[in-house]
Design a binder for this molecule. Structure first.
Ligand code: TYM
Length: 335
């Protein structure tokens, strides 16, 4: 990263169900790496989560757990701003403003909207359609330079960029145009059962994903059952999506590069490969799970983190929002 002013990083994670190894691979592990060189803002995006129906008590529990797991993954609340999206009303306000600069056609083209409307055909609500605009608001409020995400969020990121550029073209330089930060390995972890589709914690088949809190025996079982092919060679090829996926998982768990993994398993078959992948994941998640168990039981501490985070986030967000209101021509509230 270039010298001079530290870059601002923003990213969010939904508290819908437990977080998965895919969330870790595509996002959390990069949050951890970026926290040392950038000014980072990490948000539990609870307002995004309600675009699909949530049980109130389950949502509350998941929200605490999402914060606890982010902390357990090594995010430092002293270094980073960590907070709940719904605690900073500027997010909803900014989304409204940006709505007025977004075309319905742009939102209708979003892959995630199309997928989720198929999956939740009984509840294709306006929030689901508008989801990427709320996300653009999240990012643009913090004058974000870099957004670490998995590959599935790239299209949403492009909309955020388009909206910033559009706003600046109308009103003059106001918003920063953010850059995506998508890792080379781990940006698209696939389902263990259907490796042509992405790993998602909302999959009906729980063998398709690994939760960060899955116990070791569950992790071993899920990896043993992972779909591969009949070829028995551990090589990183597009026509072997199941093997490719397990190799990516091994890479993010051990830090090894793909060619070195191919070498390690040159003379070994899928049995040994799967055993080692499982052990690597168990080893990666062990310390995170220990830390999580202790943090999640301490709601007072979690609340103190989210309170301090919301205060700091609000200061930054309010400044951007006030500038945006002024540029648009909304009157300041008389003092
Ligand atoms: P969410 O909660 O679905 O996922 C959180 C992060 O995990 C990444 N991810 C994956 N990475 C690799 N392989 C996968 N199979 C996989 N599945 C998920 C996601 O790309 C994401 O980085 N819309 C966002 C949340 C959000 C946000 C934001 C992100 C709201 N506002 C502003 C960045 C900036 C989402 O649904 O993430």
């Amino acid at each position: 990263m270039d010298s001079g002013k530290r870059k601002r990083v923003f990213s969010g994670i939904q508290p819908s169900g437990g977080l998965s190894l895919a969330n870790y691979a595509g996002a959390l592990r990069n949050f951890k790496a970026l926290q040392y060189e950038c000014d980072c803002v990490f948000c539990v995006v609870d307002l995004h989560a309600i675009t699909v129906r949530q049980e109130p008590d389950v949502l509350q529990r998941n929200t605490y757990e999402a914060l606890a797991i982010m902390l357990a993954c090594g995010l430092d609340p002293e270094r980073n701003i960590m907070f709940m999206q719904s605690h900073v009303p500027a997010h909803a306000e900014m989304a409204w403003i940006l709505n007025c600069y977004t075309y319905c056609g742009e939102l209708g083209r979003m892959t995630q909207f199309k997928e989720k409307s198929d999956r939740h055909s009984e509840n294709v609500n306006v929030g689901l359609f508008d989801y990427p605009v709320l996300m653009a608001g999240d990012i643009l409020l913090y004058k974000t330079d870099i957004v670490p995400v998995g590959a599935d969020q790239k299209q949403h990121l492009e909309l955020s960029r388009d909206l910033a550029i559009r706003f600046n073209n109308i009103y003059g330089d106001t918003l920063i145009v953010p850059e995506p930060y998508i890792p080379e390995v781990g940006a698209r972890i696939m389902s263990l059962q259907e490796p042509e589709k992405k790993m998602s914690k909302s999959d009906e088949n729980e063998n398709a994903y690994i939760l960060l809190v899955d116990p070791p025996d569950v992790i071993r079982r899920k990896i043993k059952r992972a779909v591969t092919d009949s070829d028995n060679r551990v090589v990183y090829l597009d026509e072997k999506p199941g093997v490719q996926n397990l190799m990516s998982i091994y890479s993010i768990s051990t830090g090894m590069k793909i060619p070195d993994i191919e070498k390690e398993f040159e003379t070994k078959g899928y049995g040994i490969f799967k055993d080692r992948v499982a052990e690597a994941v168990v080893e990666l998640l062990g310390p995170i799970q220990d830390e999580f168990a202790h943090l999640v039981a301490d709601r007072k501490y979690l609340e103190s983190v989210m309170k301090a985070g919301a205060e700091k986030a609000e200061c930054i967000a309010q400044k951007t929002l006030a500038k945006v209101y002024e540029k648009i021509g909304l009157l300041p509230r008389p003092k």
